[in-house]
Design a protein around this ligand. Sequence first.
Ligand SMILES: Cc1ncc(COP(=O)(O)O)c(C=O)c1O
Length: 456
Amino acid sequence: MNSSVPGRLDRYLKEAQAMLAEREARWRRAKRMKFDTLAVHGLYTMEEAITKNQGAIIEPLFLASAQAYRDSDELEAALSYQIPTWCYTRIHNPTLGYLEDTLALLETYGSDIRAGCCVYSSGMAAIENVTDTLLVRLGDEPPNFVSQCQIYGGTFQQFNVRKFQERGIEVRWVLKPEDVNEWRKRIDRNTRFLYAETPSNPGLQFFDLKPVIELAHEYGIPMVVDSTIASPALLRPLTIGADIVIHSATKVMSSSGMGMAGAVIARQPIVTSIPNEEMKADFALYLKRYPQRDQGGCLHPFQALMTLNDLRDLRHRVDLLSRNALTVARFLAAHPKVLEVSYLGLESHPLHSVAKRYLKLADSDENRYTHLLAFRVKGGPEKTRQVFDRFRLIYRATDLGRIKTVATIPAISTHLLQGEECREMACIPPDLIRLSVGAEDPADVIADLEQALSGV
Ligand SMILES: Cc1ncc(COP(=O)(O)O)c(C=O)c1O
């Protein structure tokens, strides 16, 4: 390799140190701000706007595949990660950085935890990158992991088919996640992590995460939590001890429903038995630098800006959608044609009290129970389909977290591929309608439900 011009690399290293110190000061300043302020501003400041971006009050969109460097020394320092630059959009991009900073701040809100974030093209890409990175083979025996079985159908397929059936990486299902002993029984020396989805989609399974996190740490492994449904406006698993949080940012974080995104927010450091200090110290940065760089799955900068824009009023939107969902759940619970309603906000729900302990709207003492509910229609799957087919305002779509109310029948859509046996294991009956309540006036959503139910 050619030698560099004397002193040039040193200059770049010093610049990098100054940049990191300035960033650290911004992070510390941001940590004194409230949730809504962080959702609106993230780490983007007036100074940055004026000195670097011609005063643009909105974070700029960097639609460039790559970054140019001043000379070979700066290029080499960048690509060997000696200086913080963005290089190439598959590795990083400044617009992705704005979204990542905001998500790291929101997920650690109310604590002094340090965390990094890496965003992805979808929630599934985020799940795959996290889990595959942790499932390294150490020695002769294959790795395994333990997961609750009540998870989103795509995640179930990724774990059961892609990892287990196709690659022989064993997923060990926990049927009753509230039972710490069941988790304990499934762990052995090759278990790399525990995986939870709270609340789960569509069953709204919820449990006390703390003892399970403690169990993971007792075995020196990380607790990974998919927190898509709650969002940081209601629950921040890192602040109760989890190591890694995953989001399908496609959902309530991007409520306008125009695109896909995924995110990983990881504590610095995570607990892990994998002997890789770089991975342990800053897992999100590690994902960005190596697995994502090598495997792709990066988010498009335009979508990053769209998601960032949707995030700004996250807390207010989650508040509104949750209040609407409670109103709709109460209506359904009293309806003579409805067999059962599953909504964590209903006092009759068996998991209401544990949900009440955890699901609180940020910066308030008030409980909110998310936008998601599920209900069963009396008369079985056929009647359920008839009701579903009669919706006029409520969209029939495999989607949730939208500004518009959407419904699906998980057994014939999101959870179709996992088969009847696995659906039974995950408590997803064929007559279940999942309803993601939007921002419409709940009276109109109720009117649509009423006409659909009364017509069958
Ligand atoms: C809880 C949960 N996690 C992950 C995903 C996957 O996210 P994406 O659709 O962004 O790939 C979904 C999708 O519905 C989900 O509901």
